[in-house]
Design a protein around this ligand. Structure first.
Ligand code: NAP
Length: 287
């Protein structure tokens, strides 16, 4: 089966490798060619445009930064949708707004393309290991038709309902993660400024009620100043903005999402934008 992957960043690169490992015939496209070349060495066919990647693919998977990039890559000049065969399946796995996902689903219909949204939980390492969890919105028969590709890239799939369901749950997931990371950064800066034994103080939190996988994983990286990217600072700012918008759309003004987003934006402005979300502690350390 021919599969195209559009976007070979921290997540898309691992997903494409897993598809290759499972024996799919994989075409790849990425804005920065060097990431595509790394996949080419692993057996993928490198293409020059999203349209060229999509032209004969049974399934096209996109893993891109945000709404604007998704719009451009699916529907812009040399976009994938117009090139796809009738009945082929478009899978949008980026973390996006409901509004854009709905619009994209409508665009897909006009091109005779079957569409599902499938954002993921898991990060860089889970993508590299084929251990992602797909949150899926769309029709069950389309999901089943795409099942072999999902099985290659992940180890769990939750069908949450029609288009828009998965975007909503994914934004809620990252809202909770972003708020925890932002408050964790404040707490670590507090402990350090108090001159506490920070390892000992953090062990209280790591062993106690706040100890979510997020708190333990990102907290450890903050303490170790290990900012090799799993999930980049500006993308979490994006997700918190999208989550605030989703809440506003139902009449809830989320001061919490906005305050957490502010921490990520401050870190981006302070030069941490190319680093892991754990780096949001740095501006607070220097404050
Ligand atoms: P990433 O490493 O920054 O990759 C982003 C991708 O988007 C790259 O392929 C990048 O191309 C492309 N891109 C950005 N701006 C572009 C533009 N103007 N035109 C064309 N392509 C553009 O990010 P990622 O971590 O893989 O995240 C991808 C998506 O998955 C995001 O929606 C993110 O929120 C979501 N996600 C991430 C994680 C995680 O833990 N990392 C987990 C779940 C979901 P270049 O290589 O040329 O920059």
């Amino acid at each position: 089966m021919k599969v195209a992957v559009l976007g070979l960043g921290l997540m898309g690169g691992g997903m494409a490798r897993q598809l290759l490992a499972a024996g799919f015939d994989v075409a790849v496209w990425n804005r920065s060619r060097e990431k595509a070349e790394a996949l080419g060495e692993a057996g993928a066919r490198i293409t020059e445009t999203p349209a060229e990647a999509a032209i004969d693919a049974a399934i096209v998977v996109a893993m891109l930064a945000d709404d604007n990039v998704s719009r451009e890559i699916w529907t812009g000049d040399n976009g994938a949708l117009a090139a796809m065969e009738q009945g082929a399946i478009a899978i949008e796995s980026s973390t996006l707004t409901n509004d854009w996902v709905f619009e994209l689903a409508r665009e897909a219909v006009t091109h005779g393309v079957r569409f599902i949204e499938a954002p993921v939980t898991g990060s860089r390492d889970q993508a590299a290991q084929g251990m992602l969890r797909f949150l899926v919105g769309g029709e069950a028969n389309v999901i089943e038709a795409a099942r072999p590709a999902f099985d290659a890239m992940g180890n769990a799939l939750v069908h949450l309902g029609p288009i828009g369901s998965a975007a909503t749950v994914k934004l809620a997931n990252n809202f909770l993660c972003g708020v925890q990371a932002a408050s964790l950064a404040e707490v670590i800066a507090l402990f350090e400024k108090h001159g506490l034994n920070v390892e000992q103080a953090m062990a209280v939190l790591f062993d106690g009620a706040p100890a979510s996988p997020m708190v333990k994983g990102v907290g450890r990286r903050m303490l170790d100043r290990d900012y090799a990217p799993h999930f980049l600072v500006p993308l979490m700012a994006k997700d918190l903005g999208y989550a605030a918008q989703a809440l506003a759309d139902v009449g809830i003004t989320s001061a919490i999402a906005q305050a957490a987003r502010q921490r990520f934006m401050e870190a981006d402005v302070a030069g941490e934008g190319h680093r892991d979300i754990a780096a949001i502690v740095e501006p607070l350390r220097k404050a």
